[in-house]
Design a binder for this molecule. Structure first.
Ligand code: UDP
Length: 380
């Protein structure tokens, strides 16, 4: 690394959205347990959700840039965030910057660190869908791979994708995905605290005794044009089966308006505001199946033996499909309705998608990442 390397020490974790908070929280806790000084810097891309999610892990951002503006494009966000993150990194002079995933915040954080000649660790490196979708996340991932110095790949498939793009073997560590560590932390908190469980139950929509529950989340940019089809499929499932359907809406209003318009009057569908992480985990544990286009939910549901129908035509998370825990069903209502019917009515079909394999990790990813980061910053 060349001349102008800052030398303040410690680590800056840059994050800005809910999934980044969920997946970086266990890493921050594991680093702190090893005595590493961590500065949590939030861009505020999803400000309130990020703060609420960090709070579920007992964390508070040390720096909150509060950058998001209504209807801001990813390019405008990156353009605003980049110089401010650059100033923050120059001031703190960390030994390493850690980013996670594929958002505009992740890209801006990695670029700001690279411009400052600070090593960049990328958590959840190497996810590739094989298409340009999801856009712009897939583009972000490829650029971040070129900027990062340490690539924490969740699986061997992700590792292989990085190697194919010319990333050196020695720079890649297969760690598992800390999303599973986050689930375990959430379960431990809920398991140990009856008052917390009771509080969580109060924010959940009422579920009828003895009825199966289907959980639905849909928000991806690529699906905004398909939201009416997804809403149609959910309405048809609600009519065909005596089930409770819960749809936590995404903070992005583009997806919520169509779902609300079609499903608000359907009696066995509960549309709810974005749930806190502990509440969402509680629902996921109870769900008979989940319909989703979310990346994190594809990773979490198999850990609960909950079948996943992916509302997309491709995924950068093929491990769940290979394990038999997930299926791509796209957004055509007839295809979705047919796939759901078997999972609701036929226990054998359901059992076939309930895998004991944990495709995304064993719950110790964060400690593996922290061990490597701690050793690396001491070495420098
Ligand atoms: N999640 C949550 N509340 C909700 C819906 C989802 O806490 O109402 C969590 C979920 O557990 C998962 C993450 O948010 O870990 C997924 O976030 P999102 O779907 O926004 O992003 P993606 O994973 O697609 O990047």
């Amino acid at each position: 690394m060349s001349g102008g390397v800052p030398s303040g020490g410690g680590v800056v974790c840059v994050l800005g959205t809910r999934p980044e908070a969920i997946k970086l929280a266990p890493v921050v806790l594991a680093l702190a347990a090893r005595g590493v000084v961590v500065t949590l810097c939030s861009t505020g891309q999803q400000r309130d959700l990020t703060r609420a999610t960090l709070d579920d892990f007992g964390l508070v951002p040390n720096i909150d840039l509060d950058l998001m503006q209504p209807d801001q494009s990813p390019q405008a966000f990156v353009a605003t965030a980049l110089p401010l993150l650059g100033q923050t990194i120059a001031r703190l002079a960390p030994a390493m910057v850690i980013v996670q995933g594929d958002t505009a915040t992740t890209l801006a954080g990695a670029m700001a660190a690279a411009y400052a000649c600070v090593p960049v660790a990328h958590v959840e490196a190497g996810l590739r869908s094989g298409t340009a979708e999801p856009f712009p996340e897939d583009m972000h991932r490829r650029v971040i791979a070129q900027l990062a110095t340490h690539h924490f790949a969740p699986t061997q498939i992700a590792q292989a994708a990085l190697v194919r793009e010319g990333i050196a073997w020695g720079a890649i560590s297969v760690t598992g995905n800390p999303v599973i560590d986050a689930l375990r932390l959430a379960e431990a908190r809920l398991g140990a605290d009856a008052a917390l469980r009771a509080g969580v139950d109060q924010v959940l929509p009422p579920l009828r005794e003895g009825r199966a529950m289907v959980l639905v989340t849909a928000h991806r940019r690529e699906n905004h044009v398909h939201m009416a089809s997804i809403a149609e499929a959910v309405a048809a499932i609600a009519e065909a089966h005596d089930v409770d359907i819960v749809v936590p809406l995404h903070p992005n209003p583009a997806s919520g308006a169509v779902l609300r318009g079609r499903l608000e009057q359907v009696t066995n569908v509960a549309l709810v505001q974005p749930l806190g992480y502990l509440a969402f985990v509680t629902l996921l544990r109870r769900a008979r199946l989940v319909l989703t286009d979310s990346g994190g939910v594809q990773e979490e549901a198999p850990a609960f033996g909950c079948p996943v129908l992916v509302l997309r035509d491709s995924t950068e998370r093929p491990e769940g499909i290979e394990a038999g825990a997930a299926r791509l069903v796209g957004t055509d209502p007839a295809t979705i309705v047919a796939a759901v019917a078997g999972l609701i009515t036929d226990d054998a079909v359901h059992a076939a998608m309930t895998t004991a394999i944990l495709p995304y990790g064993d719950g110790y990813a964060a400690d593996r990442i922290a061990a490597i980061v701690a050793a690396e910053i001491v070495r420098r």
